[in-house]
Design a protein around this ligand. Structure first.
Ligand code: 13P
Length: 250
């Protein structure tokens, strides 16, 4: 089964509108004609319209970093999936560990957001991953199983068709510590197994599971060489054109 890899940038809370435009002005010519991998960039909400406009004539897709599960309502500060689709977002990150750690994201809200994103035709990139204490306590498998089972709850394989997962061990995010390709692969096998339980074996074989956590130009090639790793979700190294291009072209 050949799965097209997805190379996704998560800009987190970096770059304003002018910096967004400047990034794409430099970036797009360098990835023109690059069809081997799918390229997705997820800027902060306020940069999304500029990003969408910038990539209009290219193969690059734009995603958001979070989404609410309702279409509209009295939810101050939130952005709905309908709004994202309306401005030209095609992808959205759901359940990033920083949302879970700092902003009260739970397995249940991840499930609601995932359903909402799928309902609006967005491609959700659902993040799962253990924290250091969990890994050291031997709980990685339990944590991944729980996060997957709760995220996938009450979703049909048909509805979930666009689902993408990102395995992001929290201890590897922004720390310069990368999971070895073997460690990541092991986690991906487990996640694929959980997906197979809920959505079936065929679905699981087509499911793309990205790795995230200190992906850099220096380690991208070895990570992407693992058949279980179907792409990358890149934070810090996606902010500079040069390093993100090097990762995309691993
Ligand atoms: P870093 O690449 O900066 O470690 O961040 C990873 C991440 O959280 C991507 O979502």
């Amino acid at each position: 089964m050949v799965r097209k890899k997805m190379m996704a940038a998560n800009w987190k809370m970096y770059k304003n509108v002018a910096e967004t435009r400047e990034f794409f002005r430099e970036f797009l010519p360098l990835v023109a004609g690059h069809e081997r991998d799918e390229i997705v960039v997820c800027p902060p909400y306020v940069d999304v319209p500029a990003a969408v406009e910038s990539v209009k004539a290219s193969q690059v897709a734009i995603g958001a970093q979070d989404v609410h599960w309702k279409d509209e309502g009295a939810f101050t500060g939130e952005i709905s999936p309908r709004m994202l689709a309306d401005v030209g977002c095609t992808h959205v990150i759901v359940g990033h560990s920083e949302r879970r750690q700092y902003f009260g994201e739970t397995d249940d809200s991840v499930n609601l957001k995932l359903k909402a994103a799928l309902g609006h035709g967005l491609t959700p990139i659902v993040c799962v991953g253990e924290v250091l204490e969990e890994r050291e306590a031997g709980l990685t498998e339990d944590v991944l199983r729980r996060q997957c089972a709760r995220a996938f709850h009450a979703i049909s394989a048909k509805k979930a068709a666009k689902l993408v997962i990102a395995y992001e061990p929290v201890w590897a995010i922004g720390t310069g510590k990368t999971a070895t390709p073997e460690m990541a692969s092991e986690a991906h096998v487990l996640i694929r197994g959980e997906a197979a339980k809920v959505f079936g074996e065929d679905f699981a074989q087509q499911l793309r599971i990205l790795y995230g956590g200190s992906v850099k130009p220096e380690n991208a090639k070895a990570l992407m060489a693992e058949p279980e790793i179907d792409g990358a979700l890149v934070g810090g190294a996606s902010l500079a054109v040069k390093s993100f291009v090097a990762i995309v072209k691993y």
